[in-house]
Design a protein around this ligand. Structure first.
Ligand SMILES: Cc1cc2ncn([C@H]3O[C@H](COP(=O)(O)O)[C@@H](O)[C@H]3O)c2cc1C
Ligand SMILES: O=C(O)c1cccnc1
Length: 344
């Protein structure tokens, strides 16, 4: 495999996409069989059962474990933020990075609760990407390097990788990625983000429509969509998802911005995000449409619209619940409990 630190071109990313590890079907069968023997009516733990089987399948081992969750939050700044698309100023990105380091953000509290290591990856915050409504957000090297940076965040020995982002203006980038990948008017994909009013939301959509029109000749290629309409933190998320696949590390995606980054890989090859679960459905309205496009159902709907991997961390807690039951419960035989239709 190409060493991530040397990647500067999309062709190198395309090469990596050719060697996606398949699911470990043997691990999946073992986990599913175990679920069938545990002391509960068949299927009664619902999606907790699926989560345990998913974890075993993509970790490629039984029993699956969630002792070492790792949370990566990528931070980037966006040229389009200068056009008033967010309720908050661009400085907040760097200020929130400081807050993450000092332990004061929502994601810090959730990581403490889940016993997860949190790492924040700052990506050239003083040099925002280009304004997509006037030109490409990034050149190929900047975008490929951002993806490679995300790949390097994936270390060995991680049980599950929770991904998140921080970047004022990035719900605009997320909506633009969706428009670029799936088409439709931007109004179908935009939302209030940090809390803009209807007039600013209309302007947000107008700017995205302008950007998509400007870049229309390059939008057949999902990596070009990412380069022209995305952002560094979103490219890094895509890179981290890809590297996690190579490392047999299951991934929990966060909200709209994070899923939009994953959708770029899905557009390149629908199998590329099979090892990812969508943690929650964001209150950002485009997220629901996006989940339909990529064929995934979120674990929960809590009305979150924060980002930072906050929803992914709630999902880590659910995953811990799933694994505790899966690994710790007695089987019918062990507990001498009669199975369905058995008489004692
Ligand atoms: C204090 C604060 C903390 C945040 N944590 C995540 N976001 C979230 O809001 C931003 C996206 O919304 P928009 O596109 O409207 O700018 C991202 O940085 C995202 O992670 C935050 C935003 C703020 C203001
Ligand atoms: O769902 C998200 O990713 C989201 C929503 C609002 C603000 N920031 C992120």
């Amino acid at each position: 495999m190409t060493a991530a630190e040397t990647i500067v071109r999309f062709d190198e990313i395309r090469d990596l996409m050719k060697s996606l590890l398949p699911p470990d079907e043997e691990a999946a069968v073992i986990a599913r069989n175990r679920q069938a023997q545990l002391t509960k009516p068949a299927g009664s733990l619902g999606r907790l059962e699926d989560m345990a089987v998913w974890l075993a399948t993509w970790q490629g081992r039984n029993p699956p474990s969630v002792e070492r969750p790792y949370t990566a939050v990528f931070a980037g700044n966006h040229g389009i933020a200068g056009k008033g698309v967010s309720a908050y100023p661009a400085e907040v990105t760097a200020q929130m990075v400081r807050n993450f380091i000092d332990g004061g953000a929502a994601v810090n509290q959730l990581c403490s609760l889940a016993n997860a290591d949190l790492r924040v990856y700052e990506m050239a915050l003083d040099e925002p990407t280009g304004d997509m409504s006037e030109g490409p957000a990034m050149d190929e090297e900047d975008c490929a390097r951002a993806m490679a940076y995300g790949m390097m965040a994936v270390e060995g020995g991680i049980d599950v990788l929770a991904l998140g982002e921080m970047g004022i203006g990035n719900t605009t980038a997320a909506a633009a990625l969706c428009c670029g990948l799936y088409g439709g008017p931007a109004a179908d994909w935009v939302g209030p983000g940090t809390g803009i009013d209807a007039a600013r939301m209309a302007e947000k959509a107008r700017l995205i429509d302008q950007a998509v029109a400007l870049h229309r000749d390059g939008l057949d290629d999902p990596l070009e969509v990412l380069r022209r309409l995305g952002g560094r933190e979103l490219a890094a998320i895509a890179g981290a998802i890809l590297a996690a696949r190579m490392a047999r590390t299951p991934v929990l995606l966060d909200g709209y911005a994070c899923t939009a980054a994953a959708a770029v890989l899905h557009a390149l090859d629908p199998r590329a995000i099979d090892h990812c679960l969508v943690s929650h459905v964001s209150a950002e309205p485009g997220h629901k449409h996006l989940l339909q496009r990529i064929g995934k159902e979120a674990l929960v709907d809590l009305g979150l619209r924060l980002g930072e991997a906050s929803g992914a961390m709630v999902a880590v807690l659910l995953l811990k619940a799933a694994v505790a039951c899966h690994n710790g419960m007695a089987t019918f035989a062990e507990a001498a409990v009669s199975g369905p239709g058995e008489t004692s």
